[in-house]
Design a protein around this ligand. Structure first.
Ligand code: ADP
Length: 155
């Protein structure tokens, strides 16, 4: 069984994340969208809120599961029996960052393969960081977040 972990902060999940998962569904038997918990990082949404948003968005996708983990992504993949990591690339700075992490994970994760999907042009400007900035500025984030969470989760 081909299992992929899609790790991220999802603070909050955006249309860019959803598009990536939808495009990866035909490639894998199971995709675990997993919230990585980093105690050093400050989040806008609580872990519970982020998990709730993910559950809502992927409620109808049988092959998509929601998870959470602390510590190294490679260890979580091993625990879940996942041989693949899924990540998105929006631009050159994503590439530079992701390249190093992917090479490291391949070594410490016993040949764990990272599968990259290039963001579609209409989503490449979307990031959770931008969405958080718009929330702080009391702007409208509806164009950037999945419809399932509009008005459902307290933003
Ligand atoms: P992290 O804190 O690990 O960067 P994010 O939740 O910001 O977590 O992103 C998780 C993954 O989703 C990353 O691989 C990122 O490149 C990808 N991603 C984020 N936004 C988009 C987008 N708009 N289009 C495609 N991929 C995206």
């Amino acid at each position: 069984m081909k299992i992929a972990v899609f790790p991220g902060s999802f603070d909050p999940i955006t249309k860019g994340h959803v598009d990536l998962v939808n495009r990866a569904i035909p490639l894998f038997d199971k995709i675990i969208v997993a919230v990585g918990i980093n105690s050093q990082k400050k989040y806008l949404f609580s872990l519970e809120q982020r998990l709730e948003m993910l559950e809502k968005v992927f409620a109808n996708d049988k092959t998509v599961h929601i998870g959470q983990f602390e510590g190294l992504t490679v260890n979580y993949c091993k625990d879940e029996g996942a041989r693949y990591l899924l990540r998105g690339l929006r631009n050159a700075s994503d590439f530079d960052y992701e390249k190093t992490i992917s090479q490291l994970n391949h070594i410490i994760g016993d040949d764990l393969e990272t599968v990259f999907l290039i963001s579609q042009p209409e989503y490449s400007h979307i990031s959770s960081t931008i969405v958080r900035e718009i929330i702080k500025g009391k702007g409208n984030i509806e164009p950037f977040i999945p419809v399932e969470i509009i008005g459902q989760v307290e933003l």
